[in-house]
Design a protein around this ligand. Structure first.
Ligand code: NAP
Length: 316
């Protein structure tokens, strides 16, 4: 073990389980490992709840028939895990060391953390469009979080890019502020769940711009318009808008696992039914894994399974 990578405080502390990421999956895993009386640490880079915490309204988590804010359910999950003794620390994970040994080391920007088992729950972040102007206007009209930034667009026209659950649900949310929301989708059919589609289609403040992709985001100091291209006719058009909310899918937070853990071509971690990866004692759950349904409930379910599998691994 490279001693210089460990500072003295973490060098002395050995956890049974370190959970990488404090979203719904990580917090559920922490609840279960803590209840199994395993010494548990969650390392979270942002706020507990991760992506879920930035969701305005969650209406498909059972037990909340009226829905619940993403922030509230995240805080409840954090409280639930810590109530049974799980610890949470804030740090960004940059790598793993000694990952094939009995004691594994998680290297963070602030410190290193030692554990006998790891649960990877680092989730995914939103993909970028990758068009000119997107990076320049980030924070000046381009956003990836309607809950965080929607209120800046009161009485303005905003564009939302994408046709999945996030684009359509967040587009609907943005009509609380915006005078008009234009959902720009590259096909002529939405991918979003039917109930989400129905609500958006019935919302008089939402317009759809079908079969269109964004070519460029333009403006002065702030966004003023988008250049669009119709994918069927190749005709280009100019759409005035002061906000652009990008919801074109997810990118797994798995860069630091390359060459260590088996990933698929998209960078998602490959885990089996027990949430085991190809490395003994390392489990993976939630949005960072290859799976068909990425939701709070599936991440939470994965977390429970991984925690029990980790418990068995530690008592083998
Ligand atoms: P998603 O389901 O992957 O949808 C991404 C959308 O962006 C698709 O409509 C896709 O078009 C479009 N797209 C992809 N790349 C593009 C590009 N370069 N230019 C233009 N459009 C592009 O992503 P998501 O909506 O962020 O959802 C991610 C996961 O979270 C999903 O599993 C979703 O079910 C889940 N989620 C669930 C809820 C909920 O349950 N309420 C809410 C939010 C998210 P195509 O349709 O043509 O592929």
């Amino acid at each position: 073990m490279a001693d210089q990578t460990l500072n003295s405080s973490q060098g002395s502390e050995l956890y049974d389980v370190v959970i990488l990421g404090g979203g719904p999956g990580g917090l559920t895993a922490a609840l279960y490992t803590a209840r199994s009386r395993l010494k548990t640490l969650v390392v979270e880079k942002g706020i507990p709840g991760g992506q879920a915490a930035t969701t305005f309204h969650v209406e498909n988590y059972p037990g909340f028939p009226d829905g619940v804010s993403g922030m509230e359910i995240s805080q409840l999950m954090e409280r639930h895990a810590t109530r049974f003794g799980a610890e949470i620390t804030y740090d960004e994970i940059v790598g793993l060391e000694d990952y094939d040994q009995k004691v594994k080391v998680v290297r963070g920007g602030e410190a290193s953390y030692r554990a006998r088992a790891l649960i990877i729950a680092t989730g995914a972040e939103q993909s970028k469009l990758g068009v000119p102007g997107e990076e320049f206007y980030r924070g000046r009209g381009v956003s990836y979080c309607a809950t965080c930034d929607g209120a800046f667009f009161r009485d303005k026209v905003v564009a939302v890019i994408g046709g999945g659950d996030s684009a359509v649900e967040e587009g609907d949310f943005l009509t609380r502020y915006a005078s008009k929301v234009i959902i720009i989708h590259r096909r002529d059919a939405l991918r979003a769940a039917k109930v989400i589609q129905e609500r958006a289609l019935a919302n008089p403040k939402i317009e759809f711009c079908w079969n269109s992709t964004v070519q460029e985001i333009r403006g002065d100091d702030f966004v003023k318009s988008l250049m669009l291209r119709n994918v069927k006719t190749a005709v280009q058009s100019h759409l005035p808008a002061e906000g652009v909310f990008v919801y074109v899918g997810l990118k797994p937070n798995s860069e630091f696992l390359k060459g260590i853990i088996q990933l698929d071509a998209g960078g998602y971690v490959i885990a089996n039914e027990e949430m085991e990866t190809n490395v003994a004692g390392i489990f993976a759950i939630g949005d960072v894994t290859k799976k068909s349904l990425r939701q709070i409930i599936t991440a939470a379910g994965d977390g429970a399974v991984a925690a029990m599998a980790a418990d068995r691994y530690l008592h083998e």
